[in-house]
Design a protein. Structure first.
Length: 201
């Protein structure tokens, strides 16, 4: 099994790369998606988040109001640490469960937004970083996600710097161009991962 850590700052296009790798045959384990699952209504995770931040972070239907929680934690490192302390262990347990189900010779891609921030690079055989300049990412968040510019800047500031992320990269996927350029680069990356997996076998 080849364990690949895939990361990139918010707005870098990491999710698009993840989708394309899955289409090429990777087993993708999406930490963000799992992080949402572990705080769905009725979960221990949601109960603990409400205990920490109050019932005001819930919508009328009992689901987590992510934008509201985000506005609380992304401007306060201590509150962000409290949230991470609740969610990360739950995500870790679910990731381990999914990993155990993958075939022994699979290329398993772990889609991990905060890989650099949490010093997780040593956990993977290969780290792939999707890279784009901060101004490109801010423009995407404002135009494609409808985020206020100030919120987009705060999200980016709360994550690792571009330099810190590139320091942990074994493979870089530049993503400031067209989707066609990105598709071509992802196919090159897949070929390289396949070669590495064969070499290990």
């Amino acid at each position: 099994m080849l364990k690949v850590g895939l990361t990139g700052g918010i707005g870098s296009g990491k999710s698009e790369v993840s989708r394309r790798l899955a289409a090429l045959g990777a087993v993708v384990i999406d930490a963000d998606r799992i992080a949402r699952e572990v705080v769905e209504p009725g979960t221990e995770g949601l109960a603990r988040v409400v205990e920490a931040f109050g019932a005001g972070i819930l919508r009328a239907d009992g689901t987590l109001d992510r934008p509201k929680l985000g506005s609380i934690v992304f401007s306060d490192p201590e509150k962000l640490a409290v949230l991470n302390g609740i969610v990360h262990p739950l995500v870790g347990a679910r990731v381990a469960e999914l990993q155990d189900r993958a075939d022994a010779d699979a290329i398993v891609v772990y889609d991990v937004p905060l890989l650099a921030e949490n010093g997780l690079a040593p956990m993977y055989d290969v780290v792939v970083v999707v890279d784009a300049a901060d101004d490109v990412r801010i423009a995407r968040l404002v135009e494609l996600r409808g985020m206020a510019r100030q919120d987009a800047e705060a999200r980016i500031a709360a994550q690792a710097s571009r330099e810190d992320r590139l320091k942990v990269a074994d493979i870089v996927v530049p993503n400031e161009g067209s989707l066609e350029e990105l598709a071509a680069r992802v196919e090159e990356v897949w070929a390289e991962l396949t070669t590495r997996a064969r070499a290990r076998a």
